[in-house]
Design a protein around this ligand. Structure first.
Ligand code: ADP
Ligand code: ZN
Ligand code: ZN
Length: 757
């Protein structure tokens, strides 16, 4: 052990360790000896950690010319360079430093999130190439192998208007091992490579821009030469925001820079990828999200780090792609309001806000687009004047505004008599009519499972089935193959239980109450037995989503009209551009309205306005039916009327009066402990420390979280409100320096939190 300290020191480095331990958002200092003199910033190394000098992985985040002030003589030495592991680009380190500081998270954990997944790289980002049978094939081509004959035969049988075919698509269609057979046919002159087709079944690759689209593109691209700026593109659903992104990307590529495009949901990547690939067929486009295989993600990471990718498209974590500051020329955050941009496990961050910071570091424009901007971005673009606002107030040419009807669920139930159903008479009639007319329907119910709770049928008993480990009711999920017809699941700790036959309290019968997306699916199957389940009637939510491939298949089936009715949770409300959809039904607009969350109205507005916007994208127009018990609620009324400005003004006024974000800034700490008395002590200590750390912020008294127990851990929260981001940050940095967050069984710190569960 002693030899750790006796080596000849020739320099010093700051190392961020993967283990999540650091010195207040900075790395730890180590000495290096002659053998490691070549170490550079970004290099992965092994260092000894703790009393036992456990070797852990880390990255060099700085090299120092003079010994660090903290105990230079007793500094431990870096053990070795990790071979075969990627070095991190300087831009990643800059970004991670900011994230670690802003979100009060360890630098090493943040850097670890910027690495490619571990495993071998495979399938580098492809450059698309198109082939077709040669117009003038050679007279004597010689004998063909079975593989090559099959490829050539397939292409010769295809109708002319479907040629050329994309080379790798052909590999997929014919289930070939690789493209070598195709390449050999090209070499032999039997196939020819041609440029990308101008137009395919999706219509033209580019549109004649409308005046507002044109204005937005020129204004934003004009600012690109000035470096960093943030733009909020507020365009109603179907106003052609994507077309604006495409125009801006074009300008970016023309300046030999790369573009980063973020979408909130994996589901949206195939649709956007397709539009990017059609518009920029010769460019290298990398797709980065958790649904892409590890090998492909790793290859994409390498290619981005080498500067050989033109466009990265991905979900939240793609904001951490290893672009250099120089290379990055544009960041687009589509559907910027979406809560999926928020990562709720360490390192906690908001993808949109990190994107803004990234744009600042790279000195490039950042474009945030949405039909329903977050109150944060809206206030930045209006009250604060930090973002430039661009607006698309009308639908793109050819798109019509859907007819929107709000129906009162109580009235409808009275009309209906009989058993309670998810679809009231208005929506039932609209659905039948849509199906007869050959349209497609999208039905949204933002609750998973079949029944939201199981309760005793006897009123006098009142027993409700709850999770043993959480402060939550269990949700019934249908599984036909089981005797009991399904299982009970906890949506918090993911435990599963068998459905009991009788009430354990009084042996009475049990009722399955509350509607979930599964029950809705069953109800529609009963109403329309002619729809083939799983083919024409499809449900899409976290439970059925599965792999990225499956999502692509669902999207294709929607596009080609196979799916007639799609049932789903909020996942289907996001950004989908589906021309065949003529009916959108919101089964229960109130799911978010009564949540104990100051953003309940904002969420409701977003959900209703977004899902309504999925309709009327084709030439037939369409209709939207919104079922609610709160027909007069402004969030629902204004969403139906597509009046964002009015809603935002009302909402802002309320937030201002209540002193809530975006008017003030919020941080939330959640403490967890298996024993309640210990947790109360922890909470009291934390509140005292936070009040002592900064006199200018407000610290709320500690209280149980809305979900007060998860997986046998009791949960209490403390909230901090400050007048500005800077004030909040100052206080948090001071608190961290005073070790205010140390010594608890479990604490999570959430700066600008979205989820308040
Ligand atoms: P948004 O993202 O704002 O909801 P999209 O960009 O998806 O809207 O555009 C909606 C539809 O309108 C798309 O099918 C798109 O191809 C079409 N579109 C967009 N801009 C134009 C235009 N200038 N002319 C004709 N069609 C357009
Ligand atoms: Zn549970
Ligand atoms: Zn009972």
């Amino acid at each position: 052990m002693t030899d750790l300290f006796t080596l000849d020191t020739i320099g010093w480095v700051e190392v961020a360790v993967d283990a999540g331990i650091d010195a207040g958002g900075h790395g730890l200092h180590y000495a290096i000896d002659q053998e490691l003199a070549h170490l550079q910033v970004g290099d992965p190394v092994m260092v000894p950690l703790g009393k036992r000098n456990r070797p852990v992985r880390g990255w060099i985040v700085d090299r120092l010319d003079t010994p660090p002030p903290d105990a230079p003589d007793t500094l431990k030495h870096v053990l070795n360079l990790v071979e075969n592991a990627p070095a991190l680009p300087k831009a990643s380190i800059d970004l991670a430093r900011w994230m670690a500081s802003y979100y009060i998270t360890p630098l090493g954990t943040t850097l670890a999130a910027m690495l490619p997944p571990r495993g071998a790289a495979s399938g580098a980002p492809r450059q698309r190439r198109w082939v077709q049978p040669a117009t003038h094939p050679p007279d004597t081509a010689g004998r063909l192998g079975a593989n090559q004959a099959a490829i050539l035969g397939h292409l010769r049988d295809l109708p002319r208007n479907t040629l050329p075919v994309e080379r790798l698509q052909l590999v997929k269609t014919l289930q070939l091992k690789d493209a070598s057979g195709i390449d050999r046919l090209v070499k032999r002159g039997l196939l020819e490579e041609v440029s990308a087709p101008e137009q395919d079944s999706d219509g033209p690759a580019r549109h004649q821009l409308t005046e507002p689209q044109h204005e937005a593109i020129s204004a934003i691209s004009a600012s690109a030469t000035d470096g960093f700026s943030v733009h909020l593109l507020h365009g109603i659903t179907g106003s052609g925001k994507t077309e604006v992104y495409l125009g801006l990307i074009q300008h970016t590529l023309d300046r030999s820079k790369a573009a980063l495009v973020l979408v909130p949901e994996i589901l949206l990547t195939p649709q956007t990828a397709r539009r990017l690939e059609r518009r920029f067929p010769e460019r290298r486009i990398a797709i980065l999200h958790s649904g892409v295989s590890i090998g492909r993600r790793k290859a994409a990471w390498n290619a981005v780090a080498q500067g050989s990718v033109d466009i990265v498209l991905g979900a939240r974590s793609a904001v951490l792609a290893p672009f250099s500051h120089d290379r990055l020329g544009l960041i687009v955050v589509d559907e910027e309001h979406d809560a999926s941009y928020r990562q709720d496990s360490a390192p906690r961050y908001h993808g949109r806000d990190v994107a803004v910071r990234r744009g600042q570091l790279a000195a490039c424009p950042v474009v945030l687009g949405s039909a329903t901007p977050s109150m944060e971005s809206w206030s930045n673009a209006t009250h604060q004047g930090r973002f430039q606002l661009h607006r698309l107030r009308d639908r793109a040419p050819g798109l019509t505004r859907p007819r929107v009807r709000i129906v009162d669920r109580m009235d409808e139930r009275r009309q209906d008599g009989g058993p309670t159903r998810s679809l009231g008479p208005t929506l039932r009639t609209a659905l039948s009519k849509t199906l007869i007319e050959g349209g497609q329907a999208l039905l949204l119910l933002n609750r998973r499972g079949w029944a939201t709770h199981i309760a005793c049928q006897k009123r006098t008993c009142g027993w409700v089935m709850r999770c043993d480990h959480c402060d939550a009711a269990l949700v019934f999920h249908r599984k036909r193959e089981l005797d009991a017809g399904g299982t009970l699941r906890c949506h918090h700790c993911h435990s599963q239980l068998r459905m009991p036959r009788k009430c354990p309290a009084c042996t009475g019968g049990l009722a399955r109450l509350g509607e979930g997306s599964q029950r809705l699916e069953d109800e529609i199957a009963q109403l329309h037995p002619d729809l083939v389940p799983g083919e024409q009637l499809v449900r899409l939510d976290v439970d059925t989503r599965g792999s990225a491939d499956k999502v692509t298949r669902v999207m294709d089936a929607l596009r080609d009209g196979t799916i007639r009715v799609l049932v789903g949770t909020q996942m289907i409300a996001k950004g989908l551009d589906l021309p065949g959809v003529t009916l959108v039904g919101v089964v229960d607009a109130d799911t978010a309205l009564h949540m104990p969350d100051f953003r309940a109205a904002e969420r409701t507005f977003q959900l209703v306005a977004q899902v309504a916007g999925r309709c009327g994208r084709g030439l037939q127009g369409g209709q939207v039916v919104i079922q609610t018990c709160c027909a007069d609620d402004p969030a629902i009324r204004l969403a139906a009327a597509e009046q964002f400005d009015a809603f935002a003004a009302l909402e802002y006024e309320q937030r201002e009066a209540a002193g809530l974000p975006p008017c003030r800034r919020l941080a939330r700490m959640v403490l967890e402990h298996a024993r309640l008395p210990a947790l109360r002590d922890d909470a009291r200590t934390l509140v005292d420390r936070l009040r002592a750390a900064d006199a200018h912020w407000d610290v709320t008294p500690a209280a149980p979280c809305p979900v007060a127990r998860i997986a046998d851990q009791h949960r209490w929260q403390v909230e901090i409100l400050a007048d500005s981001a800077a004030a909040l940050h100052r206080g948090l940095v001071a608190a961290r320096a005073q070790r205010a967050f140390e010594g608890f069984a479990s604490i999570s710190i959430d700066v600008d939190p979205l989820s308040l569960q």
